[in-house]
Design a protein around this ligand. Sequence first.
Ligand SMILES: Cc1ncc(COP(=O)(O)O)c(C=O)c1O
Length: 421
Amino acid sequence: MSLIERDLAVIWHPYTQMKTARPPVPIVKGEGTCLYSEDGKKYIDAISSWWVNIHGHSHPYIAQKVAEQLNKLEHAIFAGFTHPGAVELAERLLAILPANQAKAFYSDNGSTAVEVAIKMCLQYWYNKGEQRTKILAFKNAYHGDTFGAMSVSGRSAFTAAFDSLLFEVEFIDLPSADNIESIKSLISGMRNELSCFIFEPLVQGSAGMIMYEAAHLNELMAHCRQEKVLLIADEVFTGFGRTGKAFASSHVQVQPDIMCFSKGLTGGTMAFGLTTCTREIYNAFLSDDRMKTLFHGHSYTANPVACAAALASLDLFLEPSTQENINRIADNHRAFAAKVTGHRSLKTTRQTGTILALEWETGNNTSYFSSLRDKLYDYFLDAGIILRPLGNIVYILPPYCITNAELDYIYSTIEQALDEI
Ligand SMILES: Cc1ncc(COP(=O)(O)O)c(C=O)c1O
C-alpha cells in the first residue's frame, strides 16, 4: 500500500472534508523554503506551513540544538521543577517584548496560549473581587479552536455547530477614522463589566488577511486602558517578524497587558505556546489564599526540547540578516502588488510586512467555501507552490529565507493564474 492509501485508511486531517478533499501530498523531506514529496516533487512552501516556519525547513542550527537537548533532558514536570532552557527563553524573550511584560507562562500551541490569557484576565478580576466577566473582541477574529478561543473568535462556519455553547462576547468592528469614536463610547458604556479586550494586532489572519491601521489600534488600546479593560495582544500569527517589525505590538505605543505567542516561536519546529503578562496581573494571583492560584497547566508545559527549538529560532531571528530578509520580502511584495494592481481578475491587494494578500474578483462576496478557492489551490499545487487561499483571497507568507528567484516564480505563477482563472 502507498503512504497515501495507508493515510486514508487511518487518518482524519484537520480542516478537511474527508469525503471530497484531494488525497494528501506525502511529504518526506523539508529543506529551506521547500518541501519534497515521496515521488521527488518539490513544493515551495509559500505559506510557511500554516504560518509557523520562519527560517526554512529542517534548519541545521535548530536541528543541532534540538538534538543536543534530546541527549540531555527530554522532559521534566514543570510544577515544582524548572530547567535552564525555560528560564533562559523567558529571560531573552521578555528582554525584547514591550517593557511592561514581566512573566512567562508556557503551554502547547496558539489556542492554549489564548486560553491562558483569557483565564488570567477573568481570574485577575475575580481575585480582586470585581464582577467583570465580559470580553471584547473584533468581529471576524480568529483566536483558535478550543472552546474559550472559539468563544472569543467571530461566529462563522467554523463555530456554527457550537455557537449555542460558546460564552457571550461583545464583538466590535475593526477601528477606522469613521467609527473609532462610536466604538470608544460603546466600550465606555460597558466599562464596569468588561474584563478584557483580545485582538489580533494589525492583521486578522484567518479572516482573510484583513488589515487595519496601527494608529487606530493604538487609540482603541489607550481608551481600553483608561477604562481599565485589560489588553490581550494575540501575536500567535503576527509575532516574530511577520508584520515587518519583531512584533505587531512594536507598531503601537500602548503596551498590552498580556501577549500570546506560538507558530514562529520555535521557527516551526515544535508545538509550543507562550503567554506573557505584566507584573500587575501576576501580582493579583499572589496570596496566602490558595484559591487565588492560576489553576492551569499542561503535561508538556515548558517542554525542554521545545524550549531548545525556541532558543535556537530566537538566535536566528536576532541575526541582522533575518531583518534584512524581512525587509527584502516586504519590498518584493510591494513591487509585485504595484505591478498587478488594476488587473481585471483582481479586486484588491493589501500588505503588511511579509504578508501579501490578493483578493480575486468573484462578482460576489468573499466566502471561505468559494469554488474558486479549490481551483486556485490545485493550480498552485500543480505548479509546485503551496498557497492555501482563504476563499478568494490568495496570500503569500513565506519563510524569511526565501530567495528572490523563488519569490519571482510565485509571483509569475500568480500572474498566470490571474490571466487564466
Ligand atoms: C491569531 C491566532 N491566534 C491563535 C491561533 C491558534 O493557534 P493554534 O492553531 O496553534 O492553536 C491562530 C492560528 O491560526 C491564530 O492565527
